[in-house]
Design a protein around this ligand. Structure first.
Ligand code: MG
Length: 382
């Protein structure tokens, strides 16, 4: 990344707000490149390969996992960041870290853990991602966590309840959660990663949904955005209609995704121009600037409604998520009753409920299943 080419409103690593614990520079890397490297070498990052996005890890080898999803978000994010003259290294770091705090079994696991933690402050996966990089990774001699830059921590904390924000700011006045108390946006790099995450999963979940057989091409073709690109592909390549395989699906999704990304780049640039932001602090005070056009936004919402109704609520998906939820709740009860079943650093923690949540949240799908079987003697998945 050429630092001279950065837009004035981009996060410049030479003007970072710094790390919680000051460290000497590590040339030739800039500070956000260094953050990206620390994320890639973390334990939590490696576990993403065995964590679920929609389909459980053992359901098929070709489906997205949180790792491949994160790589797709990084690819799309870097492309858009380069076009918008934003900080590509920071975007990549944020994309690779954005799902680090996810529990096993996707959203189901998270909901279950949040319910278990009701009396102990709840469980928020964005906050957990930050907890992983701020506290839980134990790789460095001089500090807990990865000691990342403010801008990276700010981007990782996408959402945060007011109650948690107040608690975090009380302990660290300049904590990135402060923006939730004063109603500010994060950097444009962070806003971009959020939006690109949404484009990535909306597109690849269609892909996985059709390949799993849970959703048909005919069903997806009722979504206008998909139908539009499919018609365009067939007009140029009529033979694809009768070809076996999924080439028509892939080509349609490829065009759909690049159309959305192009729209995002154009409309984000227009918003930046319109609001005449001079630097990243003005970005933070402005309304959200990373955006799609109203038409693309509406088309994207329609796509998400389709996915929700036809895939995320599909009986087969609902059944495995219900079991995932049960695994997480039963693990929580088992470790609460017998903390000694956890590794020593979790068993001896000051806040026993939070330690159980941290331990479970870090698990991969298959490790959670193994532990569940070991502790309960039952197998909830074939
Ligand atoms: Mg994501």
């Amino acid at each position: 990344m050429n630092l001279q080419a950065l837009a004035p409103w981009a996060c410049d690593p030479r003007r970072s707000r710094g790390r919680r614990l000051a460290e000497a520079a590590s040339p030739p890397r800039n500070e956000h490149q260094r953050d990206r490297d620390r994320i890639v070498h973390s334990n939590a990052f490696r576990r993403l390969v065995y964590k679920t996005q929609v389909f459980l890890n053992h359901e098929g080898d070709l489906f997205r996992t949180r790792l491949t999803h994160s790589l797709e978000v990084a690819q799309l994010g870097r492309s858009a960041a380069r076009a918008l003259r934003l900080n590509e290294d920071l975007v990549e770091a944020l994309a690779l870290a954005h799902d680090l705090g996810h529990t096993p079994f996707g959203h189901a696991g998270q909901d279950a853990l949040h319910a278990c933690m009701q009396a102990h402050g709840g469980f928020e996966h964005n906050l957990q991602s930050l907890r992983v990089v701020d506290d839980l990774e134990a790789r460095y001699a001089a500090f807990d966590g990865l000691n990342l830059c403010f801008e990276t921590r700010e981007g990782i904390l996408k959402h945060c309840s007011r109650r948690n924000a107040e608690r975090l700011v009380a302990a660290e006045p300049e904590h990135p959660a402060r923006r939730f108390l004063v109603g500010q946006q994060p950097s444009l790099e962070a806003q971009l990663v959020n939006l690109v995450d949404e484009l990535a999963y909306s597109t690849h979940d269609i892909d996985d949904g059709v390949r799993s057989g849970l959703v048909t091409m005919a069903q997806v073709s009722t979504v206008p955005l998909f139908a539009h690109h499919r018609a365009e592909v067939l007009a140029q390549h009529p033979a694809l209609a009768d070809k076996p395989g999924k080439r028509l699906l892939f080509e349609t999704l490829r065009r759909m995704l690049s159309g959305l990304l192009g729209d995002l780049i154009a409309h984000t640039q227009a918003a930046v121009d319109e609001h005449r932001v001079a630097d990243v602090d003005e970005v933070r005070r402005a309304p959200p600037l990373a955006r799609l056009s109203p038409d693309a936004r509406a088309a994207c919402e329609e796509l998400k409604r389709f996915l929700f109704a036809q895939l995320y609520r599909h009986p087969q998906v609902m059944e495995s998520t219900a079991r995932g939820r049960q695994v997480v709740s039963e693990l929580f009860e088992a470790y609460r009753a017998a903390p000694g079943e956890m590794p020593e650093d979790f068993a001896a923690a000051d806040d026993p409920a939070r330690a159980v949540a941290d331990y479970i949240a870090g698990m991969t799908d298959r490790f959670a299943l193994r532990e569940h079987h070991r502790l309960t003697g039952r197998r909830l998945f074939g």
